[in-house]
Design a protein around this ligand. Structure first.
Ligand code: EPZ
Length: 418
């Protein structure tokens, strides 16, 4: 199995280019299924999750052309409406295809998405919303067999939780449904806004993207368009963390600072200096990080759950004690055990983790437990004295393009050992 060998203790300096957002590219690729024509998606990151999404589109009968970071999808004539179990299991967020497949073909068959490292990943909000829009969904033998007579019907839908995926599924079902769909308590993440901008470019009629209430007036047909994916805000925080834990200074290019309003103050609380302009962000770290009093994960515009593990890696070597409260996912502390193997002092009680900063971590063999937990271990390895060997790298490949190259360019010692 491939391992990443990290020789820590080196200060990072230099510039890094941030790629397109995974969590924007995935729902947008699903949405291309709705367009009667070619959609050109620019700034698409080269990730295993994105490859899985394009494989699903190919399976459904779309033609895919890649030219660097641009992925062109021709959905003129999709011929299938099922997602094979293997592809469903490869990428849990494939559930976001359900709304698009049902809206385009009138039926859909896919297996229940497996759970993942973050605990059970229920889809009750997705299913209840689509049923309200007239989709008949039979759950049998681990499969979802769905059908609608004619077109889906728009209606008012209230989400009990501002679920990102459920909001996306409803949007994809609503844009070509009859009548109007109003989503109350919708997710407000930048990736939702990006998806709505893509759909609008295809001819959809959407109001309130980025607010808690989104109104969609269904149209007969969507056509192809060209769209550029927004920068990945979590990749941005990852590289900010790399500067912070190594006492270095990094210039991040191609970022969107306004997507980081809940993150930047915590970096400053920990002693980092930040300067941002247009699409660039300069992060400079102090000699030693100070603790962060409380990190409470919340739906956007609150602090993003995907950045929790990254801030925890920083807190491990900060002066003082930091408290983390994970309110979004049931079990998103799987990285704690691996951080403790590097010498971190962390106590977890349910959704609360208390991190007592130590002056130094020591390199050791560790394994990625999930995508963002794996990124946290990279940060901890960069900070640790000595050699850290990181395994189960496939988790990282789901969400980070050329991470080792980006860090090496700025002074890190990372060697990929096959
Ligand atoms: C998206 O997941 C992201 N994934 C996640 O990023 C991110 O952590 C999450 O949103 C929150 O921001 C993609 O966009 C591909 P949710 P999603 O539906 O849509 C519960 C990463 O690292 N829930 O907002 O699955 C759910 O169990 C990934 O890039 C229900 O109970 O998130 C969770 O506790 C990890 N029923 C909470 O809501 C449902 O039907 C948030 O889930 C749906 C969700």
């Amino acid at each position: 199995m491939a391992r990443l060998i990290i020789e820590g203790g080196r200060r990072l300096n230099g510039a890094v280019h941030i790629h397109g957002a995974k969590n924007s590219a995935l729902p947008i690729l699903a949405a291309t299924l709705l367009a009667h024509g070619v959609c050109e998606i620019e700034n698409c990151p080269a990730l295993s999750d994105v490859r899985a999404a394009t494989e699903i589109l190919r399976h459904l009968g779309c033609e895919i052309r890649k030219d660097g970071a641009c992925v062109a999808v021709d959905a003129t004539a999709p011929c299938r409406s099922d997602i094979p179990d293997a592809l469903m299991r490869e990428m849990r967020s494939s559930i976001v295809f359900l709304g698009a497949i049902a809206a385009r073909t009138g039926e859909a068959e896919l297996s229940f998405p497996g759970g993942c490292e973050l605990g059970p990943r229920p889809i009750d909000l997705h299913l209840s919303a689509l049923r309200q829009m007239g989709l008949r969904i039979d759950e049998e033998g681990g499969k979802l067999c769905c059908r609608v007579n004619g077109r889906l019907a728009g209606c008012p839908i209230t989400l009990s939780f501002p679920s990102v995926g459920a909001t996306e599924n409803i949007l994809l079902a609503a844009v070509t449904a009859t009548g109007t769909t109003t989503i109350y308590n919708a997710a407000r993440e930048p990736e939702i806004v990006d998806l709505c901008e893509f759909l609008t470019a295809c001819g959809a009629r959407i109001r309130g993207a980025g607010e808690s209430t989104i109104v969609v007036d269904g149209v007969e047909r969507l056509n192809g368009c060209r769209h550029r994916v927004i920068p990945d805000r979590i990749e941005t925080v990852t590289y900010m963390g790399a500067a912070a834990v190594t006492g270095g200074s990094l210039l991040l290019r191609g970022v969107c600072p306004r997507h980081l309003q809940a993150v930047m103050p915590l970096f400053e609380e920990m002693g980092c200096s930040l300067a941002s302009w247009d699409d660039e962000l300069l992060v400079s770290a102090p000699g030693r990080l100070r603790r962060v009093k409380t990190v409470r994960t919340l739906p956007y515009p609150g602090f993003p759950t995907d950045a929790q593990a990254l801030l925890m890696a920083m807190a491990c070597i900060a002066e003082g004690t930091s408290v983390f409260i994970e309110t979004i996912f049931e079990s998103r502390y799987k990285h704690v055990g691996e951080l403790m193997r590097l010498g971190a002092r962390i106590k977890v009680e349910g959704r609360v983790a208390v991190v007592e900063g130590v002056p130094q971590l020591s390199g050791a063999p560790v394994q990625c437990t999930d995508l963002r937990g794996g990124a946290a271990l990279v940060l901890a390895g960069l900070a640790a004295q000595g050699r850290t060997e990181l395994g189960e790298l496939y988790h990282l490949e789901r969400g980070y393009e050329a991470m080792a190259e980006g860090l090496t360019q700025t002074g890190a010692s990372l060697i990929l050992e096959e």
